[in-house]
Design a protein around this ligand. Structure first.
Ligand code: ITT
Length: 200
Protein backbone atom coordinates (compact mmCIF):
# COMPACT_ATOMS: atom_id res chain seq x y z
CA UNK A 1 0.00 0.00 0.00
CA UNK A 2 3.10 2.14 0.14
CA UNK A 3 2.72 4.20 -3.00
CA UNK A 4 -1.03 4.22 -3.34
CA UNK A 5 -2.38 7.71 -3.82
CA UNK A 6 -5.26 8.98 -1.72
CA UNK A 7 -7.01 12.23 -2.57
CA UNK A 8 -8.55 14.32 0.20
CA UNK A 9 -11.77 15.56 -1.37
CA UNK A 10 -12.48 18.89 0.26
CA UNK A 11 -12.49 22.47 -0.97
CA UNK A 12 -12.43 23.73 2.63
CA UNK A 13 -8.86 24.73 3.61
CA UNK A 14 -9.51 24.36 7.33
CA UNK A 15 -10.87 20.84 7.00
CA UNK A 16 -7.95 19.98 4.70
CA UNK A 17 -5.43 21.13 7.33
CA UNK A 18 -7.00 18.90 9.98
CA UNK A 19 -7.36 15.91 7.67
CA UNK A 20 -3.74 16.16 6.48
CA UNK A 21 -2.54 16.24 10.07
CA UNK A 22 -4.64 13.20 10.92
CA UNK A 23 -3.25 11.24 7.97
CA UNK A 24 0.37 11.74 9.01
CA UNK A 25 2.16 8.45 9.38
CA UNK A 26 -0.07 6.51 7.00
CA UNK A 27 1.81 4.81 4.20
CA UNK A 28 -0.11 6.58 1.48
CA UNK A 29 0.75 9.40 -0.92
CA UNK A 30 -1.64 12.11 0.14
CA UNK A 31 -2.95 14.52 -2.49
CA UNK A 32 -5.53 17.24 -2.22
CA UNK A 33 -7.80 18.96 -4.72
CA UNK A 34 -5.08 21.60 -5.10
CA UNK A 35 -3.32 18.93 -7.19
CA UNK A 36 -6.38 18.86 -9.46
CA UNK A 37 -7.15 22.57 -10.00
CA UNK A 38 -9.44 21.81 -12.94
CA UNK A 39 -11.75 19.79 -10.68
CA UNK A 40 -15.15 21.43 -10.29
CA UNK A 41 -17.22 21.90 -7.13
CA UNK A 42 -19.82 19.32 -6.23
CA UNK A 43 -23.31 20.53 -5.44
CA UNK A 44 -24.31 19.18 -2.03
CA UNK A 45 -27.90 18.22 -2.78
CA UNK A 46 -28.18 15.41 -0.19
CA UNK A 47 -30.35 15.65 2.91
CA UNK A 48 -28.00 13.61 5.12
CA UNK A 49 -24.30 13.67 5.96
CA UNK A 50 -23.94 10.20 4.42
CA UNK A 51 -25.59 11.26 1.15
CA UNK A 52 -23.40 14.35 0.79
CA UNK A 53 -20.17 12.57 1.77
CA UNK A 54 -20.92 9.92 -0.88
CA UNK A 55 -21.75 12.51 -3.54
CA UNK A 56 -18.46 14.33 -2.97
CA UNK A 57 -16.18 11.30 -2.59
CA UNK A 58 -17.66 9.53 -5.64
CA UNK A 59 -17.24 12.63 -7.79
CA UNK A 60 -13.63 13.30 -6.71
CA UNK A 61 -12.64 9.63 -6.98
CA UNK A 62 -14.07 9.40 -10.51
CA UNK A 63 -12.44 12.65 -11.54
CA UNK A 64 -9.00 11.72 -10.18
CA UNK A 65 -9.34 8.02 -11.11
CA UNK A 66 -7.94 7.13 -7.71
CA UNK A 67 -8.70 6.39 -4.11
CA UNK A 68 -10.43 9.43 -2.62
CA UNK A 69 -12.46 10.34 0.41
CA UNK A 70 -14.69 13.22 1.42
CA UNK A 71 -15.95 14.42 4.77
CA UNK A 72 -19.41 15.85 5.23
CA UNK A 73 -19.74 17.37 8.63
CA UNK A 74 -21.73 19.77 10.73
CA UNK A 75 -23.19 20.79 14.04
CA UNK A 76 -26.54 19.52 15.36
CA UNK A 77 -28.04 21.64 18.13
CA UNK A 78 -30.77 20.02 20.28
CA UNK A 79 -32.71 23.21 21.09
CA UNK A 80 -33.28 23.93 17.39
CA UNK A 81 -34.18 20.39 16.29
CA UNK A 82 -30.74 19.35 15.12
CA UNK A 83 -30.10 22.41 12.98
CA UNK A 84 -27.93 23.57 11.25
CA UNK A 85 -26.95 19.94 10.44
CA UNK A 86 -26.08 19.40 6.80
CA UNK A 87 -26.60 23.14 6.24
CA UNK A 88 -23.87 24.13 8.72
CA UNK A 89 -21.61 25.77 6.13
CA UNK A 90 -24.40 28.04 4.80
CA UNK A 91 -26.48 28.50 7.97
CA UNK A 92 -26.47 32.32 7.77
CA UNK A 93 -27.02 32.32 3.98
CA UNK A 94 -25.02 32.01 0.77
CA UNK A 95 -21.54 33.51 1.04
CA UNK A 96 -21.72 33.86 4.85
CA UNK A 97 -18.65 33.79 7.08
CA UNK A 98 -17.95 31.54 10.07
CA UNK A 99 -18.58 34.57 12.29
CA UNK A 100 -22.02 35.18 10.70
CA UNK A 101 -22.94 31.56 11.47
CA UNK A 102 -21.76 31.75 15.07
CA UNK A 103 -23.59 35.01 15.69
CA UNK A 104 -26.79 33.62 14.20
CA UNK A 105 -26.57 30.51 16.37
CA UNK A 106 -25.89 32.42 19.60
CA UNK A 107 -28.78 34.76 18.83
CA UNK A 108 -31.17 31.85 18.33
CA UNK A 109 -30.11 30.40 21.67
CA UNK A 110 -30.07 33.63 23.63
CA UNK A 111 -32.92 32.47 25.90
CA UNK A 112 -31.83 28.83 26.06
CA UNK A 113 -30.58 27.89 29.56
CA UNK A 114 -27.32 26.01 30.16
CA UNK A 115 -29.06 22.65 30.68
CA UNK A 116 -30.71 22.84 27.27
CA UNK A 117 -27.69 23.88 25.19
CA UNK A 118 -26.68 20.33 24.24
CA UNK A 119 -25.27 19.74 20.75
CA UNK A 120 -23.10 17.37 18.79
CA UNK A 121 -20.69 17.58 15.90
CA UNK A 122 -20.99 14.88 13.25
CA UNK A 123 -18.51 13.85 10.57
CA UNK A 124 -19.20 11.21 7.93
CA UNK A 125 -16.35 10.11 5.70
CA UNK A 126 -17.08 8.26 2.47
CA UNK A 127 -14.27 6.43 0.68
CA UNK A 128 -14.30 5.52 -3.01
CA UNK A 129 -11.73 3.89 -5.27
CA UNK A 130 -11.97 4.78 -8.96
CA UNK A 131 -15.64 5.62 -8.56
CA UNK A 132 -16.49 2.47 -6.55
CA UNK A 133 -17.78 2.74 -2.97
CA UNK A 134 -15.40 1.27 -0.41
CA UNK A 135 -17.32 2.35 2.69
CA UNK A 136 -18.55 5.09 4.97
CA UNK A 137 -17.62 5.80 8.59
CA UNK A 138 -19.04 8.24 11.14
CA UNK A 139 -17.55 10.12 14.07
CA UNK A 140 -19.43 12.19 16.63
CA UNK A 141 -18.50 14.48 19.50
CA UNK A 142 -21.13 15.55 22.03
CA UNK A 143 -20.98 18.78 23.96
CA UNK A 144 -22.82 22.06 24.41
CA UNK A 145 -23.06 25.53 22.93
CA UNK A 146 -21.25 28.31 24.80
CA UNK A 147 -23.01 31.59 25.57
CA UNK A 148 -20.36 33.66 23.79
CA UNK A 149 -17.64 33.34 21.16
CA UNK A 150 -14.44 32.08 22.86
CA UNK A 151 -10.98 31.24 21.47
CA UNK A 152 -9.03 31.82 18.27
CA UNK A 153 -7.94 28.32 17.18
CA UNK A 154 -9.65 26.13 14.65
CA UNK A 155 -12.46 27.26 12.37
CA UNK A 156 -16.21 27.28 11.83
CA UNK A 157 -18.25 26.72 14.98
CA UNK A 158 -15.16 25.91 17.08
CA UNK A 159 -15.43 29.13 19.19
CA UNK A 160 -18.97 28.23 20.34
CA UNK A 161 -18.70 24.46 20.89
CA UNK A 162 -17.61 23.04 24.26
CA UNK A 163 -16.87 19.30 23.98
CA UNK A 164 -18.07 17.10 26.86
CA UNK A 165 -15.48 16.81 29.63
CA UNK A 166 -13.96 20.23 28.87
CA UNK A 167 -14.76 23.73 30.04
CA UNK A 168 -13.09 25.20 26.99
CA UNK A 169 -14.37 25.56 23.44
CA UNK A 170 -12.80 23.70 20.50
CA UNK A 171 -11.18 27.06 19.64
CA UNK A 172 -9.50 27.30 23.08
CA UNK A 173 -7.79 23.90 22.93
CA UNK A 174 -4.87 22.89 20.70
CA UNK A 175 -5.26 21.24 17.29
CA UNK A 176 -3.79 18.07 18.83
CA UNK A 177 -6.31 18.04 21.69
CA UNK A 178 -9.18 18.74 19.31
CA UNK A 179 -8.17 15.81 17.11
CA UNK A 180 -8.18 13.37 20.02
CA UNK A 181 -11.86 14.05 20.86
CA UNK A 182 -13.32 15.56 17.70
CA UNK A 183 -15.92 14.16 15.33
CA UNK A 184 -13.35 14.38 12.50
CA UNK A 185 -10.58 12.73 14.51
CA UNK A 186 -12.89 9.84 15.43
CA UNK A 187 -14.18 9.41 11.88
CA UNK A 188 -10.71 9.53 10.39
CA UNK A 189 -9.33 6.94 12.81
CA UNK A 190 -12.22 4.66 11.81
CA UNK A 191 -11.47 5.39 8.14
CA UNK A 192 -7.80 4.50 8.64
CA UNK A 193 -8.72 1.07 10.03
CA UNK A 194 -11.04 0.57 7.11
CA UNK A 195 -8.38 1.57 4.60
CA UNK A 196 -5.78 -0.67 6.20
CA UNK A 197 -7.90 -3.75 5.71
CA UNK A 198 -8.95 -2.65 2.19
CA UNK A 199 -5.37 -2.09 1.07
CA UNK A 200 -3.79 -5.16 2.65
P1 ITT B 1 -16.27 20.65 1.44
O1 ITT B 1 -17.70 20.23 1.15
O2 ITT B 1 -15.54 21.07 0.20
O3 ITT B 1 -15.51 19.62 2.21
P2 ITT B 1 -17.54 22.51 3.28
O4 ITT B 1 -17.04 23.56 4.20
O5 ITT B 1 -18.73 22.88 2.41
O6 ITT B 1 -16.31 21.98 2.39
P3 ITT B 1 -19.26 20.66 4.66
O7 ITT B 1 -20.30 20.72 3.61
O8 ITT B 1 -18.94 19.34 5.26
O9 ITT B 1 -17.87 21.24 4.14
O10 ITT B 1 -19.68 21.70 5.81
C1 ITT B 1 -19.06 21.64 7.02
C2 ITT B 1 -19.35 22.88 7.82
O11 ITT B 1 -19.62 22.49 9.17
C3 ITT B 1 -18.11 23.77 7.89
O12 ITT B 1 -18.10 24.75 6.86
C4 ITT B 1 -18.21 24.37 9.28
O13 ITT B 1 -19.10 25.46 9.25
C5 ITT B 1 -18.87 23.24 10.07
N1 ITT B 1 -17.83 22.35 10.67
C6 ITT B 1 -17.49 21.08 10.29
N2 ITT B 1 -16.49 20.59 11.03
C7 ITT B 1 -16.17 21.57 11.90
C8 ITT B 1 -15.21 21.67 12.91
O14 ITT B 1 -14.33 20.70 13.17
N3 ITT B 1 -15.15 22.80 13.61
C9 ITT B 1 -16.02 23.80 13.36
N4 ITT B 1 -16.95 23.80 12.41
C10 ITT B 1 -17.03 22.69 11.68
Amino acid sequence: MKNKIIVIGTKNRDKLRELKRLLRGMKLRVKSLADFPECEDVEETGKTFVANAKLKARFYSKHTKSLAFADDSGLMVNAINGRPGVYSARFAGAGCTYLDNNRKLLKMLVKTPEAKRGAKFVCVIAIYDNGKLIGTVRGECVGKIATEIRGANGFGYDPVFIPKGFNKTYAEISAKQKNTVSHRGRALRAAQKFLQSYLN
